[in-house]
Structures are given as C-alpha cells and as structure tokens.
Design a protein around this ligand. Sequence first.
Ligand code: HEM
Length: 485
Amino acid sequence: METDLLLAVVMCVTALIAAWWFHLLLKWSSGGHRRRRCELTLPPGSMGLPLLGESLELFARIPSLQVVPFFKRRLERYGPVFKTNLIGKDMIVSLDPELNSYVLKQDNRAFQIWYPESLKRILGAVLEVTSSESLHKRMRTMVLRVFGPENLRLVLLRDVQRAARSNLSSWADRPSIELKEAVSSMIFSVTSKLLINYDASTSSAGELWKHYDAFTNGLMSFPVNIPGTAFYKCLKGRKNIMEALKHMLDERKKAAERRETMDFLDLVVDELKEKPVLDEDFCLDVLFGLLFASIHTTSTALTAALKFLTDNPKALQELAEENEHISKGRVGASSEITWEEYKSMKFTSNVIHESLRLANIAPMLFRKANQDVHMKGYTIPEGWTVMICPLETHLNPITYTDPNIFNPWRWKDISEPIGGSKDFLVFGLGLRYCLGADFAKLQIATFLHCLITNYRWEVVSGGDMVLSPALSFPNGFHVKLIKKT
Ligand code: HEM
C-alpha cells in the first residue's frame, strides 16, 4: 500500500515537472517565433476572419473591368505589398511591378511554383512536379515540339485558318451563336488534333469535349465534392478525361505503324520507351493541362476581343482595313494567309495585346519562398506564399494612360512585350513564360482575319463582362453572323 502511494507521488511529481518543462518550452518557442516575426518585418495587412480569412471579399463579382475593390482598398490603406489570408492560407499579395518581376524571375531559386490545394486536385501533379528543374525543362522541350515557332509557321497557321474558315461558314446559317462556346469548341478541335490526333467532329461524337465542358463549368465552384454539385461534376469530368487519355495512350503504344505527322501522344510514347525522364502519369497530366489551357484561355481572350471591337467601331474599322488590304493583295480568293502576311498584321497585333491586357485571363500567379527574401523594406519569410495579380499591373495609370479604356493604338508606342515584361504579365514572365503564347496570338489573329474579311456580325444578346476575379461572360455573348457580299 505504501509502495503504491509512493509510486503515485513519484508519477505526479514527474508529470508536474514534465508539464513545467513543456510550458517553458512553449514559452520559449513562441517567444522565439514572435521575435522572428518582429525581426522579419512582414508587410502590413489583416488576416481577416478565422478560417475564411479575407476570401469572400476577393471572390465577390465585379461588373466592370476595373481594379478589383479588394485590391483597391488595400492598395490605398497599405500600399502595393500587403499580407492577408486567402483560401485558408496566410500570404503576401504583390501589386508591385518590381516585386512581381523579381519573384517570377527567381523561379526555382528563391521562389518556386505553388498553387492552392483545390487547384492541384483539379489540375493534377503538373504544378507540383514541375518545381523540379530537369522535369520542367523536359516538359518545356516536349511541348515546344508541338507549339514551337517552326510548327507554328509550317503547320499551325494552316490548320488554324482552315478550322476558322469552316467553323465561320457553318455558324453563318444560324440565327444566333454564343461566341465563347462556339470559339472554345473550334479551338478544341484544332488542339485536340495536334495533341492526340482526335477528330472532334467524329470520334465518339465529341465525348471528350462534353467532359471538358463539365470540368470547366465546375472549376470556379465551391469545392464541395458531393454528387450533384458543380465541383463533383468537375472532378468527374477530369476523371473521365484522364481515363480516355490513358486509353488513347495505351492504344498508341500498341500501334505497330509509325504515323507520318507526330502529335503530342507520339512524343509521350517515345519519352516512355527508354530511360524516361517523365513518367506516364505526369505526361497524361501535361496532356490534360494543355488541352484545358488551350480551350479555356484563348477562347476567353478572343471573345473579349470581339466584344471590345463591337463597342469600338473606330478600332473595328482600322482592323478591317488592315486585313482587307492583306486579303486583296493575295493571289486567288481562297488562298491561305502566309507567314509573312501574318507577321505584317500590326494593328491586329495591337488589338490582341490590348484585349489581353484588359481580359485578366490568368488573374493570379502563385509562388512560395524557398528562403527569407528581403525586398521593399519587408521580408517574405521562407515558406510563405506570394500572390501576384497581373490585372493591377495592367491597369496601372502610370504605365497605361486611361487604363480602363480599350485603346489598341497605345501599342504603337509600346514595344511588343516579347517574353513578358514587368508591365505586361499576361503570359507570365521568366522561366515559366507561357508555352502557348505565340499559338494563342496566332489563333486570335487568324480568326479575326477570316471573320472580318468575310463577315460582319450583329449582337443578339449578352456580352456583359464580369471579373470574379477572372473574366467571364455571365449571360454569354450571342451574335448573328452575316456573310459579306
Ligand atoms: C490567351 C491565352 C493564354 C494565356 C493568357 C496564358 C497565360 C499563361 C500564364 C500567365 C502562364 C504562367 C503561369 C505561371 O507563371 O504560374 C502560362 C503558362 C503556361 N501556359 Fe499559357 N496561357 C494562354 C494560352 C496557352 C495555350 C494555348 C497553351 C498550350 C496549348 C498554354 C500552355 C501553357 C503551359 C504549358 C504553361 C506552363 C509553362 C511552364 O511552366 O514552363 N497556354 N500561361
């Protein structure tokens, strides 16, 4: 009995000592953390509500193409660099051109790519895996074999204009077409042919397109994975697409004959044959991402360009004059746009840059600090995320006079931002500069040329543009095409 009592006393004392030590340890570590935070000088800002942070305010819909109020208010209160909590994560927001450029140029060094969990779940491993330099390089080389300058000149210019001409001619018979959807479907037919030799007009009657549509519609939805929700359909769409792509890859691996014109799937088969740098799942994720990037981004840019032109008869007139001049100089009415003609479309190119500047297609770019970074009097602590918001750069009145006005003529005096610049982040900057930038611009220019030289259009309904914070057309943009006589 006495021994039991003694044991209990010893245990209690030990527990008390342990608790005391634990308490001291906690005090020491939190003091250290506080000290570290003080030493680090975080930018000003508020972390908002528990769990929700300040997310609700950011994702509110804005019915005009202006600096999003969430940023405007903080810009006035804290300046262009501030801290906040969004989508459950403490982060530093940069609206500062120098800091943006520094962060993006430090990819795979002081910073690395980072994307929110929900987006990773949707887009697959690509975002994470490409933080490895060698894999990233390999991926870029493969993608450029399809979308690089040589293929653009020799194959894509021809394929894109054929698709544009045939789609336009089929739309001209209809009382109304919704432009964003029609253009997305046209772009999908071109890209899926290039990537997987997919004939969207026949194969499984556009099954893949249907899955992509479900996927895209749920992309911006609240991430609740319950049957019936848009997010559930989005993930299901992705699953169906991945299964279809895997099936196509397996079939291609079995095929004995080598095809004459290589698509991306052939490059994947070659990659997987001997000592592959990239594995099969990664390649399929890249394929998925490329199809998605090509459909969603370029179609939004093109629809926005058509809306801006509809509202700006002077710009439309000058665009028509440039393209008709090129078209009339061509021998034979049905002959195709040449590379030299494409390169001579200066005003068309200005229209494209101006539309992209306003259209906010990639509204946020994320990077994570690999080390403490000191800049602009603040510290971005190691492990913290930086969110870069290109729209604020594109609406900076110091760089762009009357920034909210669609003014393609402004590009006459600004040198073309090849490879991106701190003032033009539409396609990113640095190591991860968009691999489809030239392809996207070529598609828009070609489509505009084929449209404007042969048709005019009347607005049937819709066309309102909303930022939330990416650009969307909540009521669509319905137009009627009329063949010019
Ligand atoms: C108007 C159309 C487009 C816009 C505005 C756009 C925008 C961007 C931006 C901002 C990035 C950089 C992302 C970052 O730094 O985190 C990017 C990367 C990328 N884009 Fe695009 N994109 C467009 C069209 C396309 C198309 C058509 C393709 C392919 C067919 C494509 C393929 C890619 C790829 C593969 C990357 C990743 C590059 C890397 O990590 O090295 N994009 N895009």
